[in-house]
Write a protein that binds this ligand. Sequence first.
Ligand code: HEC
Length: 254
Amino acid sequence: MGCRVAVICLAVLIAGIIPPSAARAATKSFRLEAPDMLVESGLLRFLLPRFTLKHGIRIEIVKEGAPSDARLSANAEGTPVFEGPEQTWSLSLTDTDNAYADTFADWLTGDVGRNTVDAFEVNGRALFSAALEKPKADESVILPGNEVAGEKLAEIHCGRCHMVNEATRLTTVGSTPSFAVMRGFTDWQTRFEAFFVLNPHPSFTVIDGVTEPFDETRPSPMVPVTITIDELEAILAFVSRMEPADLGAPIQYQ
Ligand code: HEC
C-alpha cells in the first residue's frame, strides 16, 4: 500500500515538474510515429533537426501504435516520400489536424526535404533516396469525357491563342504558353478547370451558367470564347491525355 502511494506521489511529482501537455502547448511540435528500424537507421536523427531548424517545429518520435499526428511507415499508406533499404516509405497524416504535421509533409515532399533525405549517408553510402517517380500520380490522371471532341473544341476556342496541337502550331500567338507546356505544370488540372477566372480569359470568356455577364461598360475586346461546362470537360479529357512538353532540367526530378 505504502509502495503504491509512493508511486503515485512520484508520478505527481514528475508531472508537476514537466507537465507534458503544457510542454507541448508551449512549443510548436507534433508527434511522428515511426518504426524502430527507421529510427535506428539514423535517418530521422539527421532529418528532423534540419526541419526543426528551418521551421521552429519540434518533432517527438513515438513508437508504432502510439497516438500520433503523422506516421511514417512502409505499408503504402499515405504519400510515398522516400525509398530505403528495399522498401518504400510513406507519410500519412493521422486525423488530428495538426498544422505542424502538415508543414512537415510539405517540407519532406518538397525539394529541401528530398535533398536532405538524399544527403544522408552511412559510411559514405546513401541508404535512402527521395528520387521517387514523382510524376506518376500526375500521369495517371486521365479525366473522363470525350477527348476527341475536346481536341476539336480546343483547336477552335483555345487555338486562337494557344498552340493546342501540331495543327495549331503556326496559327497561334507565339508568346502564349502552349497546351503541352501547361500540361507539364504539376497543377495543370486546377489551372485548366479554372482557366476562365485566370487572366486574360475573364474579359472574353463566356461559360453558360458559370461566368457573370460582361460589364456593359467593358465589352469583350474580341469575339468571345463561348463554351459550355460539358465542352470544358471534353477539353480537360483531351488535355489529361496529352504528353507534357519536355522542358528539360527545371521540371525533372533527379
Ligand atoms: C485571346 C487569347 C486566348 C484564348 C482564346 C485562350 N487563352 Fe488561355 N491564355 C492566354 C494567355 C495570353 C495566357 C497566359 C497568361 C499569363 O501568362 O499570365 C493564357 C493562359 C492560360 C492558362 C494558364 C493560366 C494560369 O494562370 O495558370 C490556361 C490553363 C489556359 N490559358 C487555358 C485556356 C483554354 C482551355 C482556352 C480555350 C477554352 C484558352 N486558354 C483560350 C490567352 C488565351
